[in-house]
Ligand binder design. Sequence first.
Ligand SMILES: Cc1cc2nc3c(=O)[nH]c(=O)nc-3n(C[C@H](O)[C@H](O)[C@H](O)COP(=O)(O)OP(=O)(O)OC[C@H]3O[C@@H](n4cnc5c(N)ncnc54)[C@H](O)[C@@H]3O)c2cc1C
Length: 393
Amino acid sequence: MHGRRSPVSEVGWDSDPLVAGWAGLPSLSGDLRADVCVVGLGGSGLAAVGEVLRRGLSVVGLDAGRVAAGAAGRNGGFLLAGPAIAIHQAEAGWGLDAALALYRQTLAEIAELARLLGPGVVRQAGSLRIAGLPGEPADAAEEADRDKELADCEQQYQAMLRHGIAVQRYDGELGRGLFLPGDAAMNPARRALGLATLYSAQARLFEHSPVTAIDGGQVRTAAGTVSAGLVVVAVDGRLELLLPELAGRVRTARLQMLATEPMRPGRLPCPVYGRWGYDYAQQDAAGRVYVGGGRDHFVEQEWTHLTAPTAGVQAWIEQVAARFTGGPVRVSHRWAASVGYTPDARPLVTEARPGVVACGGYNGTGNLVGPVAARAAVALGLDGTAPPDCFTR
Ligand SMILES: Cc1cc2nc3c(=O)[nH]c(=O)nc-3n(C[C@H](O)[C@H](O)[C@H](O)COP(=O)(O)OP(=O)(O)OC[C@H]3O[C@@H](n4cnc5c(N)ncnc54)[C@H](O)[C@@H]3O)c2cc1C
């Protein structure tokens, strides 16, 4: 990022000692053979690796950079059950069965992550959806939008009650909205590095090995190849650069965040999102507040493959941070990453080429949906099982 707004243009999560101390994995050199090759070692690719191992097959995993070098290690760290759109909207758009199936699988994914990684990584604190942003509305338009969103919260509340999903109305210091006790939060880099550590005992995983071509069961990097019966491409943003035939089915956008210097804990007891989910914040155990948002205010300029933060979006996020924390903030880190969007908010699980399945297009919310999609991609590739209706095939 350029200009005076940039104290440190790097990822706040990486200041965690366990992330900063990551010993790294080798890069690929030479020619390997495996049952399955997974391209992309974010949360989704690592779930695919775990699924292949569970089936007793051999797997090689490749990442262009460090594990979770992309959005999987650079996001808000929210583990929100359900699809990118609220359950009542998904129900209206996709049908009840598809919406509920995804909701239940993502709840199960939180439980599985907590089992694998423990409470040090997965904080099962619930989440807060509030109408608008904390604090007084700046003008009549903001007030009207907040009222509209409060009515939408009520619709979500009624839908969740109907379907037996835990939910409570919230009316407190941060405003009014809903508390969703089943949700959780994490440092996303720690999640991915933790999974890579678990799986590297059985899987052959490589970092700093960008894939340059995938054809005829062969995956190529600059210094080696992997021959595999199935290739699973688990890349959310920039997927259409690796598999150009998916252009038009997924579109890449940049999302931006910042982290603050440690602040007094207490005001944000769990991850909180407001203004229709566009703005969000969570505070970690060290007191740092991680804040992102503004996508709706910068739609056109953020349809980009670039991943550097920009002054305009960062200025928006900084004032959002002040609303969430209740006062001015001191920013320590600013960053951005690529994510994929689909036309109807339904993620993609598809056979892109013979022997090559791909998953991505999580519409800004892939921490839980991504692993669910990745397992569906493995089942599609190995068993020919059609992905469930919550995905576009
Ligand atoms: C700022 C921001 C905030 C977000 N907040 C949240 C949130 O709070 N909750 C939530 O659920 N979602 C959130 N998201 C979305 C979420 O981060 C993504 O949907 C999810 O992390 C995607 O993970 P992934 O493993 O599918 O793919 P990615 O992380 O996109 O990619 C996986 C890996 O593929 C690798 N790769 C790419 N090209 C190649 C290649 N040619 N060869 C080899 N490897 C390659 C990358 O290096 C990367 O490590 C946010 C995203 C951003 C950017």
